[in-house]
Write a protein that binds this ligand. Structure first.
Ligand code: IMP
Ligand code: MG
Length: 215
């Protein structure tokens, strides 16, 4: 079972005033729940765990856009720096897929693939899927079923966050950064209707902001 850093349900987080938050979001956020530095420290360790398990194989790192792009870039930077400083090393190529399953703060039942390269390029490859957050697990299960049609050699999933929610299908990724409470989180590329990707820390969105940015 994947180990992870658990953020408790009663975790109060940190006051916004203690960190740098863009002025245009100050009214929209309750607290900082995972500061950027902690995300980076945990990501560094995930990179080490991934290299330990997959080192020696050629890996295609598949970024799930848009929410996964920050985590993807930082994780790959850590993998790269481990690669150039150790005996076991992991040749890496990258690929991107764009999925959409969310509207406002609700997961919809349909998961749409709306862009990316030809998945046939993944046939016979070791694929590391890099995702921002697993909530119900439906998006990842849909993507895994889709990839299986192209016969990759191996597929592993790393998700920065997994939400503790009764809506979970029970799906768990192979590598997990943090397990988080059942709240809507934004920042570090996680969005609410496309806003808040330009925020470094992972924060809890307040109810007023859900109305303000609702579509
Ligand atoms: P799932 O299919 O319910 O597991 O949802 C996965 C997708 O929903 C993620 O890839 C995110 O794009 C989005 N999502 C779920 N929870 C959150 C959240 O708290 N903030 C932002 N996006 C979320
Ligand atoms: Mg996502």
């Amino acid at each position: 079972m994947a180990s992870y850093l658990q953020i408790a349900d009663d975790e109060k987080g940190h006051e916004l005033d203690l960190f740098c938050v863009p002025k245009h979001y100050e009214e929209d956020l309750d607290r900082v729940i995972i500061p950027h530095g902690l995300i980076m420290d945990r990501t560094e360790r995930l990179a080490r765990d991934i290299i330990r398990d997959m080192g020696g194989h050629h890996i295609v790192a598949l970024c799930v856009l848009k929410g996964g792009y920050k985590f993807f870039a930082d994780l790959l930077d850590y993998i790269k720096s481990l690669n150039q400083n150790s005996n076991t090393s992991l040749p890496l190529t990258v690929d991107f897929i764009r999925l959409k399953s969310y509207c406002n703060d609700q997961s919809t039942n349909s998961v749409k693939v709306i862009g990316g390269d030809e998945l046939s390029s993944l046939t016979g490859k070791n694929v590391l899927i890099v995702e921002d957050i697993v909530e119900t697990g439906r998006t990842m299960q849909t993507l895994l079923a889709l990839l299986a049609q192209y016969n990759p050699k191996m597929v592993k999933v790393v998700s920065l966050l997994v939400k503790r929610t009764p809506k979970s299908s029970g799906y768990r990724p192979d590598y997990i950064g943090f397990e988080v409470p059942d709240a809507f989180l934004v920042g570090y590329a996680l969005d609410y209707n496309e806003y808040f990707r330009d925020l470094s820390h992972i924060c809890v969105l307040n109810e007023q902001a859900k109305e303000k940015y609702r579509v």
